[in-house]
Design a protein around this ligand. Sequence first.
Ligand code: NAD
Ligand code: PRE
Length: 367
Amino acid sequence: MKKTTIAVVGVGLIGGSIALSLKNDPNNRIVGFDVRQDSLDKALTNGVIHAGTTDLQTAVREANIIFLAAPVEQIYATLETLRQLDLQPDVIVTDAGSTKSGIVHHATKVIPDHVTFIGGHPMAGSHKSGVEAASDRLFENAYYVLTPAPGTPEEKVERLSELLQLTRAKVVRMDADTHDQVVGAVSHFPHILASALVNLVADYDDENAWHARLAAGGFRDITRIASSNPRMWRDILLHNRDHLLKIARDWSAALQDVMQLVEKADPDGIEQFFQSARDFRDGLPERKTGALPPLFDLYIDIPDHPGEIGRITTLLGAKQINITNLQIRETREDIYGALRITFQSQYEMEKGEELLRFFDYNVYRRL
Ligand SMILES: NC(=O)c1ccc[n+]([C@@H]2O[C@H](COP(=O)([O-])OP(=O)(O)OC[C@H]3O[C@@H](n4cnc5c(N)ncnc54)[C@H](O)[C@@H]3O)[C@@H](O)[C@H]2O)c1
Ligand SMILES: O=C(O)C(=O)C[C@]1(C(=O)O)C=C[C@@H](O)C=C1
């Protein structure tokens, strides 16, 4: 079967996760491009890409599909550069940026006629950055939005959707402006709120250091995303300004409404406020992960002692239990780290499970 060459431009959390998913098909050859050699080195060492280069022309020359997975501002810049490079005649260029209208509009202006651009955005991620946080399961059962401009050849959109099946995401289509409005409300604006709340509490904490110390589950849950990459979020806000300004006005009005209920000491109104939020929140569709064919994976809570990972691998090695992959994962609430170990076979996974339990490790088959 003919190989498909895929260039991933920006081998970080998202580019690395796309690469890992697509690499699961042996007919795909993944070439990574990044401005940082250390990202490429990590990606090669962890088996995320087949080859890596800091020369964009080398990365894209043979590519049938190009994924742009750099920060949003750099996606604009890369689109400009691509037009000066040698590309395959029927290449599809897509991106993974969190905003869509501006990127799609820019691509239609700068990309040559023989190139098809299709905007894309996987609706899954993390507050963590970098290829070391990448996973081939990041997008499992998440929505992956495509925003083809009117007139994009249907067979190209089909071709990309088919390839994206390897991410195990649910591929959907939407126009770019609708995407930006919806994602502005459910992703971009919540990031502003989380960070604004943290900044407010940080100011209070300057006056009274009990604030940080008493910040418990509620504060941590609602502000996890304030630990995201500031540069990435700078770009996102600047490229979805109109929708965010409208959402902020609606938000101010909604906040005023509830604070009026508080001012009037209206118990029914306040309870109703919480009830309607709870009804909608509890009705959100669940994103099921792990329903697909299992790999031979175990997750192990890592106690906070130096040398624990080395101890675990030594225990397994001493019993000739082969592992094919090792990854540090975050767990709920980010309190403990979890080590994900992929074994070569079901048999070895079961032997590993028994051994690690014997040594009092908390071992799970799913996170
Ligand atoms: N993090 C998320 O939750 C999430 C989710 C969906 C989409 N996105 C989007 O995906 C893109 C990447 O985000 P990420 O979280 O993977 O960030 P990241 O910081 O983990 O990775 C970005 C990578 O791009 C590289 N890079 C920077 N400038 C570049 C350039 N000019 N050309 C090539 N590579 C360059 C960086 O060195 C880094 O390796 C962003 O556009 C973001 O909006 C992020
Ligand atoms: O889970 C997270 O930390 C994320 O912020 C992921 C998240 C989001 O859900 O808002 C962030 C940006 C995206 O473009 C898509 C997904």
